[in-house]
Write a protein that binds this ligand. Structure first.
Ligand code: PHE
Length: 454
């Protein structure tokens, strides 16, 4: 018994380290910036409902699947498919993941750059005094339409991310994020409570939590599955890469469960902050929060200004938001970097620098598409990039990963890997059903419907 106790503690140590690292990748702008945009775009609570279904029925099983491939092969996504089915085109799934990672990194870092800009603005007191919607909106658009400011902030994020990856100081970042992520969580809870107690918060709460099921349609599920994949870092091999560092004693399904749970909780709380605050703020039209990329940046200063000690609180919040975003950009850069190191024998510094530069160049048009360039703004380039890479490519990646495990590598092989550190695997039937039938069919149906409907 004493031994068991020791073992359990020992295992917990490493399992916790993994949960923090993977949650660091998952929790970020996807939950705090992107989720509320999707809720606004897709009719409120009914989207929240579809998102929760997508997380439980497809996201969680896919996360377990990716972790299983990763732990079994101990490789990056390309190497993993090569190892499991050498000489077949399956490695293309890995390559697609690598390319998708670079493309997501390109525009994701632009938004992370906005957090840098907002941190600076908070520092110089730009949000002091009474915050109204008009003022907040004005601060946001004058910032994003200034090309120099936006590009400098974007570059800063790329440099920081590249530095961390090239020096291999990820361990340090993970140690820090163990303290900082729980702090972010506490700040978010405080803001959520403040938002719920605003006068006039009621309609926002209903919009966000009372589903109108007559609004259900295939597009909604397309966005819900895309959002589940994006926020959980699935479909491009991030979790294959992270899974390759997990010990054989760890329970993969409970680790995956914790990561899904914490990420979803942050997303739900972000919505609890945004919608009640929006509805309680005078001068807002529903168009203001439909497909509005600036939503989070316009709303958070409003609620922060309503908190005692708003200045310090705001500083702390934007620092923590930046840390959350950086732990995600790091994971986005790690996939292509690990690929170049393992498969092409590149040096870590060179791989990180080349991909970081590529992501920066690729991201410039996105950076200019929120006001700085009229043409790029009109075609809404950043949201187009997000649609293609954040929704479609992640879904396609997820589709092939499930098909691969269900019909090529084989469920029994995967189950054998899962059984290390997890003898009972209680949700086995759900996992098998999802990987074999539900996830592939749902993703195919959603992709066909949206392509036809688009
Ligand atoms: N999950 C991250 C977020 O929500 C973004 C991400 C997507 C990271 C895909 C890695 C892979 O912020």
């Amino acid at each position: 018994m004493a031994n068991d106790g020791l073992n359990t503690r020992g295992n917990w140590g490493s399992k916790l380290a993994f949960i923090f690292a993977a949650s660091g990748s998952a929790i970020g702008l996807g939950s705090i910036w992107r989720f509320p945009i999707m809720v606004g775009l897709n009719g409120g609570a009914v989207f929240v409902f579809a998102y929760l279904l997508a997380v439980i029925l497809i996201g969680f099983p896919l996360m377990l699947t990716e972790l299983t491939i990763g732990r079994h092969t101990q490789k990056n996504p390309v190497g993993a498919f090569k190892a499991l089915r050498p000489g077949t085109p399956w490695k293309l799934v890995g390559y697609t993941g690598v390319v998708t990672g670079i493309c997501i990194l390109s525009y994701y870092s632009v938004i992370a750059g906005w957090s840098v800009g907002y941190l600076y603005k908070t520092l110089i007191g730009a949000f002091r005094g009474e915050m109204t919607w008009a003022r907040s909106d004005q601060i946001f658009s004058s910032f994003t339409s200034n090309p120099l400011q936006v590009l400098i902030c974007f570059l800063l994020v790329i440099i920081l991310t590249t530095y961390v990856i090239s020096k291999g100081v990820k361990g340090g970042i993970e140690r820090w994020s163990k303290i900082l992520m729980p702090m972010l969580f506490i700040l978010i809870i405080i803001m959520a409570i403040r938002a719920l107690t605003l006068k006039g918060a009621g309609p926002g709460v209903s919009f966000y939590l009372k589903p109108d099921f007559s609004k259900i349609n295939p597009k909604l599920f397309f966005y819900a599955v895309g959002q589940a994949f994006f926020s959980l870092s699935l479909g491009m091999g991030t979790m294959i890469t992270y899974g390759s560092y997990i010990s054989k004693d760890d329970n993969l399904s409970s680790s995956a469960g914790w990561v899904c749970f914490s990420t979803t909780l942050v997303a739900l709380l972000a919505g609890i902050i945004i919608f009640p605050t929006l509805f309680a703020t005078p001068g807002i039209n529903p168009q203001d929060f439909q497909a509005n990329t600036g939503l989070m940046f316009q709303v958070f200063p409003l609620i922060i200004s309503k908190l005692p000690g708003g200045y310090i609180f705001g500083l702390l919040f934007f620092i923590l938001l930046l840390v959350a975003a950086l732990t995600s950009t790091i994971s986005l850069l790690e996939v292509p970097t690990a690929f170049l190191i393992d498969e092409h024998n590149w040096k870590r510094e060179k791989a990180a620098a080349v991909i970081g530069t590529a992501a920066f160049l690729l991201g410039i048009p996105s950076a200019l598409s929120s006001g700085a360039s009229p043409f790029l703004t009109r075609i809404d380039l950043m949201m187009k990039m997000d649609l293609v890479f954040g929704n479609i490519m992640l879904a396609v990646g997820g589709l092939f990963i499930t098909i691969f495990v269900a019909y090529v590598w084989g469920i029994p092989q995967a189950l054998k890997e899962i059984s290390h550190g997890n003898r009972s695997f209680k949700i086995k039937p759900l996992w098998i059903f999802s990987v074999k039938i539900l996830a592939p069919l749902a993703i195919i149906a959603i992709l066909i419907f949206t392509i036809i409907l688009a």
